[in-house]
Design a protein around this ligand. Structure first.
Ligand code: ZN
Length: 448
């Protein structure tokens, strides 16, 4: 049976998100010999079976050899869809998604150019980190990618050592092609005359050298100790380095990571909004409400409950402008959408921010998943919001810490006005391309 392609839930990057999962405790014992569930929509059986063996073997290497923790069950969603791009990603919790337009894309990497075996090991590396973070926000994306690259490459070597070339239906030396040899080759290549290395290259080299210095076991023991303390994304790398210092008993480590990777600075992508340009707020609608209150929104098409999305690892933001220069209070924030996922996540928190035009937080509000609306997409007012005085230009943002199994589908319109962003107040805001969130706010003159 053809399943609908996954359009509703989309990862923000190749990787995302945090949620607490039980460690491989009780459940793991019940499923002692199986940590992988395959949901297959059209991939040839021999390849699906190879992927199941691959992910099971990689799971055991992460947990039993490297001493990291993974959820007891990883669900791998495979889809063959001629209309799709080749894509492999995770929600960072316990689900991995592979979509390919044709079976040729699953050929050995020398033919297809796609590193699937490494790729699955890489996604498990993301999960090993993300599912234990308090919240994923604040980690430099290149640090997160470099971590998964290092783990994925090391685990790929180990999978090859255990399963050999015949793991894959078309046997090949994926250890050599997709494992740590690739990292060493890349580092050697950059020793020659070169252009400026990217942040990703710098982070990969840093993790690689740190892992050589600390030795593999202490390196991963330090990572496990760091994750055990439930760091946020922003805290992960500094705390990890602290743990490496402890396990290696070194007072000082070489400065492998430059400051810009250790601490993420707030930035706008592509740049701060142009508040002065007439075009920026041309589509802003102001509806008069009761008692001098006004509702601000950008809706120029009626909401469509089917046009909605959830993005992991990031928040949804929208920029507003008050109708006058006078003192103004924000009294209501509404979203058009609906919650999805299990009720066991009822106690998970949602962050709501009101920020100034530079992204500085003016007010923060929290609510629980149980307070969100379910069912059909509809207008939903954030409950118990305290009124906050806002400047002429301000952002409203919400963060659901979404995964494939919990989150909020937020409606959007495709007529783009350039006021919608993704991000957080710690990491920065990136203009949302091709879509404009359905959010609206109520403001009123501030009382003297
Ligand atoms: Zn990745």
């Amino acid at each position: 049976m053809r399943r609908k392609p996954i359009t509703a839930w989309v990862a923000a990057t190749a990787a995302v998100v945090a949620l607490f999962c039980p460690g491989p405790g009780a459940l793991a014992q019940e499923r002692a010999d199986n940590h992988v569930a395959i949901v297959n929509d059209g991939i040839a059986e021999d390849h699906a079976a190879a992927i199941e063996t691959l992910v099971e073997t990689a799971w055991r290497i992460y947990v039993e050899d490297l001493g990291l923790k993974l959820p007891p069950l990883i669900t791998v969603h495979l889809a063959l869809d001629p209309a799709a791009q080749t894509r492999l990603y995770t929600d960072g919790q316990a689900d991995v998604f592979l979509q390919v337009p044709s079976m040729e894309k699953l050929a050995p990497s020398s033919k297809s150019g796609v590193f699937h075996i490494y790729g699955f090991c890489h996604e498990l590396g993301h999960i090993a980190m993300y599912h234990r973070l308090k919240t994923v926000t604040g980690i430099h994306p290149d640090v997160a990618e470099a971590w998964a690259h290092l783990c994925g490459s090391i685990v790929c070597d180990e999978v090859f050592a255990k399963k050999g070339p015949k793991l894959w239906p078309e046997p090949f030396d994926y250890g050599k092609a997709e494992g740590t040899a690739r990292i060493r080759r890349a580092i050697d290549k950059r020793r020659g005359p070169r252009s400026e290395p990217s942040d990703f290259d710098v982070a990969v080299k840093a993790f690689w050298e740190l892992h050589l210095l600390a030795k593999r076991k202490p390196f991963f023991a330090a990572a496990d100790a760091c994750l055990e303390s439930r760091p946020t994304g922003a805290e992960f790398l500094p705390r990890f380095l602290e743990e490496v210092r402890k396990t290696t008993r070194k007072q000082r480590l070489p400065g492998f990571f430059p400051e810009r990777l250790l601490q993420r600075r707030f930035s706008f992508d592509p740049g701060p909004p142009d508040l002065g340009a007439a075009a920026t707020f041309r589509d802003l609608k102001v509806d008069e409400a009761k008692n001098q209150a006004q509702v601000l929104h950008y809706g120029s098409e009626p909401p469509d409950s089917e046009v909605r999305r959830s993005i992991g690892g990031t928040g949804y933001f929208q920029l507003f402008r008050t109708p006058t220069d006078g003192k103004t209070r924000l009294t209501r924030i509404e979203l058009f959408g609906c919650r999805y996922g299990r009720s066991s996540d009822d106690d998970q928190e949602v962050d709501v921010w009101v920020c100034d035009a530079e992204g500085k937080v003016l007010a923060e509000h929290r609510l629980k998943y149980r307070q969100l609306n379910r069912g059909e997409s509809a207008w939903f007012a954030i409950p118990d919001l305290k009124a906050v005085e806002v400047p002429r230009h301000f952002f409203v943002g919400v963060f659901f810490d979404a995964t494939a199994s919990k989150g909020y589908f937020l409606g959007y319109q495709t007529q783009v006005h350039g006021h919608s962003y993704t991000g957080t107040p710690t990491t920065g805001l990136a203009l949302l391309k091709g879509q404009d969130w359905r959010m609206r706010v109520t403001v009123e003159p501030a009382r003297k």
